[in-house]
Design a protein around this ligand. Sequence first.
Ligand code: PHE
Length: 465
Amino acid sequence: MSQDSIVAGSYAGASSSAGRGLWSSRWAFFLAATGSAVGLGNIWKFPYITGENGGGAFVLVYLACILVIGIPLLMAEVMIGRRGRANPEGAMAVLAKQAGASRHWRILGSVAVLTGFLILSFYAVVAGWAVAYAPAAALGEFAGLDGERSGALFGAMLGDPWKLAGFGTLVLLVTLGIVALGVREGLERALRFMMPGLFLLLLVLVGYAATTGHFMAAVSFLFDADFSKLSAQSVLVALGHAFFTLSLASGAMMAYGSYLPAGTSIARTALMVALADTGVALLAGLAIFPLVFANGLEPGAGPGLIFVTLPIAFGQMPLGQLVGGLFFVMLAIAALTSAISLSEPTISWLSEKFGIGRLKAVLLSGLALWLLSLGTVFSFNAWSEFTLFGKTFFDCLDYLTTNLLMPLGGLGTVLFTGWVLSRESVQEALGLDNPQLFKLWWQVLRWVTPLGILVVFLHTLGLFG
Ligand code: PHE
C-alpha cells in the first residue's frame, strides 16, 4: 500500500493519498457499494422494464448480463480504484503509469466522473418524486384513485417546476451534506443505518404482498421464461440496465474502491454486491407485481408503474396508507444512497485534482449540480416543448449518459484492464487466489464482456440489429 501511495502522490495535481480515508472494514465497503447499486434502478426501473419486456425470459437475460458483463466490470473498477488510491482520473493515471501505457488513459477516468455528475443532476430530481410521494401516500392522498386521476396527480407534480425543484434541491442538500462529512463520518455512518432499514422495509413489503393472494401470479410472471416474448431490443435493454444497476462506468465504484482497505478480496466482495443488488431487484418485483395483479392493473405500464399504477393499488388496499408510505420512504432511501455514490467521484476529483478542501469541493459541485438539475426540472414543464432530436433536456441527458457514455466508458475500462494491464498485476490486485476462477474471469473480461458491450453500443448508434 505504501508503494501505491507514493505512486498516487506522483499523479500530477493530485494531493497525496494520505488522509483520504478508508472504509473501516470490508463490511462497510459492502454496505456502501450495495447502497450505490441498489437505487431507483432496482425499484423503479427494473420492475417496469421487466413488465414492458414480458417478464421471465427478460429476467433470465438480465441475469446473464449481470454475470458476464456486470460482475467482471465491477471487479475491474473496484480493483482500479483500490490500486490507484485516487479519484477515477487519478487512479487511471496511476495505473497507466505503472503499466508504462499512455497517460491519455486517464481521460477514461475523467469521462466516468463526468458521467456520474450528469446522472446525479437528473437522478436527484427523480429521487425527489419519491420524497414527494412518501407523505402523499401516508396522508391518504391516494384513497380511491382511478387510473385517470392517478395519472393526473403525477402529471400535476411534473407540471409544477417549484415542487420539482424544491424536492430535487432537498435531495441534493441531504446528499451533499452527508458527503461533506467524509468517508467514515458521513458516508459510512449514514449507510450503516440506511441499508439495514432499506432491507427491512423491503422484506415487510414482500411479506405484505405475499398476503394479497396474487403472489404466485407475480412469481410466475417474474420466473416463467417465455422466450417468444423476447425481442432483440429486450436483450439490449437488459444489457444497458446491467450497467446502470451496478453503478458501472460512472466513477462510483472506482471511487468507492479507492477507499477499500488492502487485503480485502475484491472478487468475493464484488460478487456479494452483485448478488445483493440482483436480490433487491427481484424482491422489489415480488413486492410490486402482486399488488399490481391483485388490483387488476397493467404490469406493462412503463415508467409510470411506480408513480401512477402503484398509487392506485395503495389507494384501494387495506393498510394502503402505511404500506404506500413505507414503499416511497424505501425508494427515497435507496435513491439517496445511490445519489451519495454519484457525487463522490466529482468531489474527490475536484479536491484532489485542484488541491481544494472537501467542503469547498462539495459546495462547488453542489452549485453546478443544482443549476444543471433545473434543466431536468424544466424538461417536464416550462421547457417541455424545447427538444433536440425529439428529446427533452432530461431525455438527452439520460440518453447521453446511459446509452453513450456508460457503454463507451465501460468498454474502455474493460479493454484497459484486460489488454493494457499485465495479467499478474491484475491477479494480485484482485485477490482471486483460485487460478481456475481467475482464468475464467480473465478470459470473460478480455473477450465476452467487450464484445457484449460493443453489441449494445453499436445498436444504440443504430448500426446494428
Ligand atoms: N445503481 C443505481 C441504481 O440502480 C444508479 C447509479 C448509477 C448509481 C451509476 C451510481 C452510479 O439506481
